[in-house]
Design a protein around this ligand. Sequence first.
Ligand code: WT7
Length: 698
Amino acid sequence: NNNDIRTINHLRHVDSMATMPSGAGKIPRLNAVILGEALATEENDLVFPTDEFSQQAHVPSPQKYLEMYKRSIEDPAGFWSEIASQFYWKQKWDDSVYSENLDVSKGRVNIEWFKGGITNICYNCLDKNVEAGLGDKIALYWEGNDTGFDDSLTYSQLLHKVCQLANYLKDMGVQKGDAVVIYLPMLLELPITMLACARIGAVHSVVFAGFSAESLSQRIIDCKPKVVITCNAVKRGPKIIHLKDIVDAALVESAKTGVPIDTCLVYENQLAMKRDITKWQDGRDIWWQDVIPKYPTECAVEWVDAEDPLFLLYTSGSTGKPKGVLHTTGGYMVYTATTFKYAFDYKPSDVYWCTADCGWITGHSYVTYGPLLNGASCIVFEGAPNYPDSGRCWDIVDKYKVTIFYTAPTLVRSLMRDGDEYVTRYSRKSLRILGSVGEPINPSAWRWFYNVVGDSRCPISDTWWQTETGGFMITPLPGAWPQKPGSATFPFFGVKPVIVDEKGVEIEGECSGYLCVKGSWPGAFRTLYGDHERYETTYFKPFTGYYFTGDGCSRDKDGYHWLTGRVDDVINVSGHRIGTAEVESALVSHPKCAEAAVVGIEHEVKGQAIYAFVTLVEGEPYSEELRKSLILSVRKQIGAFAAPERIHWAPGLPKTRSGKIMRRILRKIASGQLDELGDTSTLADPNVVEQLISLSNC
Ligand code: WT7
């Protein structure tokens, strides 16, 4: 059959790989693939790019990948400085290119790339492209929540808008190194604001506009911004959300805690709501439209060191307090641009759409910086993928002739459930590459995405990475690899993933264990804001000498990587990272809740869902009303996306004699695997388990 012929051709193509020297010892093995030994199991279900696709790709074969990968590992300084030279630097970096210490036993953890190099990422995103003749090319398309509402900005227009805002911020006293908190939905003003901050050396901290007032205030209190930028309201599907009210509440809270905010810039989002019904605090609140257009459209760039901070982005960890992940300028710039180019095989004629919100790292690296650094045309979508109906994504794909479509498995699964009809009614013939991120993509969703959405024509880049890594770490290069549905395949250039056992010993070959990374890469985060100790403890102490990702991973006999999910107390709901401790503390803050324990359970669409065991205060009866009010408490304290799927009444929680909650048992009860509870004899009170099981259906 056809596929076999392609397979054979491809194998001939990569014939010499079996004899590749193994250099750093971490060169992926593809022997079985090369030798055609692959057996017909799921793990070996290879999906090849077409010859036509491979021939035009930046990296057309595994062989070419191996060559480049080997170079990147053996000579990182040479490899990365060659790439970095393609950017604009006011002054070149120090000779060393990078310095690192990831080993806590040898002192402070420290990562630096291109130190001494002076640049500006906004300049590289905009001015450089305009100067190169891309001034009239569309930088950003905007597609509104409601069909028929759209907009766009060329590179020149975007530059002008960014300069106006940058001038305003400078006028407000924002200086290099100052923080600016951004609480905006997916309007063009969101990337504009990020870029304006970068232009003047200010550190942006975008807070996803689905977070609650309490979460927002917590972040404001942590990073003490000079200015907060928001809009009055936004439409999400048929609903109007009053964002300004949320900001108002957050600012009351932050002022109480000693972090008053003097300037709150508010964009009037007229499509959602007119300005006159917006609550206003004179002196503090300013309408964007009243001031920004008056500013000059040129603004000198603030040149910064490669290691000066670019942004802070808060993410969840295993304790209640969110972590301020800090990324710096030079390495992040080089890394996001390069990963974007290779993982999506980017060409100047592409139209790129990433469905992520700029409130998450994906929207930072792959809506704003990565695409613009490459001079790409990128879509910013305000709405929801199923509004007005489940065909919206493909409507947008056809409207803009999208060639690269990057989304999350949860969206793929939910659209898959709605039926092929919504997809096949659109042409989608512009598509050439699909991408997935946020959680492991299960093979059946992968196949549907590949066969139905991509008409069995478009390779899928299943990109594994994290807020902390800045950019892709393990990802297919679409023209190079035969893919295996559900595997993120191989490391990106310069990345040395290792799988270690409990003791932190590297395991070779076919294995599974904890995923760590050896050495640094340019896009790595440099610290947790204000808490370098937590940075070291969380990421570098668990396995000395390595960066610990928090993920489990297995490697198959062909060297392909299969991510298996978090191994820490983090739950991944629809690709959103939520700490169990955060949800527990939100529940416990409810006056009727005495104790709570939260675990993740499998969910058909969301990947995982939140399942909460709740012990009420003495004498409080269970009720439906109370259940709702507990869920509301989580929505209010974190955001709607963190709402528990289920509340399980728990007269007591299974604890060890030392008082530690045994989540292993709770996970089994939550998923109904009652015959797999394991040893419960070490519990302080073994009867608790019986009680919990009897309350399973309440
Ligand atoms: C965690 C990071 C990176 C942007 C979105 C989430 C999981 C992410 C994949 C993937 C398997 C994945 C991991 C990781 N994850 N992408 N392609 N395959 N798992 O960023 O909020 O920092 O979450 O998301 O568990 O640790 P994040």
